[in-house]
Write a protein that binds this ligand. Structure first.
Ligand code: APR
Length: 242
């Protein structure tokens, strides 16, 4: 792990695979169970929400319940330790995540860029006001804002753009990085798919941790096959003894 030991500016991209070991099913896995009779597009798109706000709200209630019961796993904790360690040495550390569960923040990570938003914040579709929603299930569908507008989770749905500020932060971090990690992300959908190419253009070394081969596996400098919760803590321990 010389590359990690020597990195001055690290960017880490995390996907659903990092939260899988906390018991949060990936979007695809979740669709196999209770919700298998539903079309993913109908549960996670503005059109689906407009057509059936009750089902969409209940789907996100179910996901909030799952995420609320979940605890950070050794991969989340290793990333938080790594960030602390980098901070003491004035090295840059940016965590780009596609996960909407906020388990990175629960583990202590601070510089987290939420590319796909979070299920813990709900936004009014009329006035745009956002509010944290940590409580139990909603009782009205869709939940109503004081202005009378419908409230929805502040996550990125199919067909929607990523938040501009998150994209800008991701771009800035990639522009400056000398090491890029992709962990538990299939990274098939843009813009995450192009992050690795951006990093490589900057001359950054690239590492992947994934349980299975992914489209970026042939492209990275080092592929570490296996579970994020096992490989990452070991890599961090080997590099820094933490
Ligand atoms: N450790 C490491 N990797 C894992 C683990 C684990 N314990 N468990 C699963 N993985 C890997 C899988 O092999 C897969 O490559 O994590 C990846 C999860 O992929 P996705 O479910 O596609 O999640 P993600 O990349 O975060 O994408 C989230 O955005 O790209 C879109 O359509 C995609 O809806 C999805 C969302």
């Amino acid at each position: 792990m010389d590359a990690l030991r020597e990195a001055r500016a690290l960017v880490v991209l995390t996907g659903a695979g990092v939260s899988a070991e906390s018991g949060i099913p990936t979007f695809r896995d979740a669709m196999d169970g209770l919700w298998s009779k539903f079309d993913p597009h109908e549960l996670a798109s503005p059109e689906g929400f407009a057509r059936d706000p009750k089902t969409v709200t209940r789907w996100y209630d179910w996901r909030r319940e799952k995420c609320g019961a979940a605890k950070p796993n050794p991969a989340h904790l290793a990333l938080a330790r790594l960030e602390d360690h980098f901070a003491t040495q004035e090295r840059a550390f940016t965590l780009l995540t596609q996960n909407v569960d906020r388990l990175h923040q629960a583990a202590g990570s601070r510089n987290v860029v939420e590319l796909h938003g979070t299920i813990w914040v709900w936004r009014c579709t009329r006035c745009g006001i956002e509010r944290e929603e940590r409580g139990g299930p909603f009782t009205e569908y869709p939940p109503q804002c004081a202005c009378g507008g419908a409230r929805r989770p502040a996550v990125v749905w199919f067909g929607e753009m990523l938040p501009e500020d998150a994209m800008q932060k991701a771009d800035d971090a990639l522009e400056a990085c000398d090491l890029f990690f992709s962990i538990g992300a299939s990274a098939v959908v843009e813009p995450a798919a192009s992050f690795i190419h951006h990093a490589r253009r900057q001359g950054a070394k690239t590492v992947e941790i994934n349980r299975e081969p992914a489209p970026i596996t042939p492209v990275v400098d080092w592929s570490l096959p296996g579970k994020a919760g096992e490989i990452l803590p070991e890599a961090v321990r080997m590099a820094f003894g933490i």
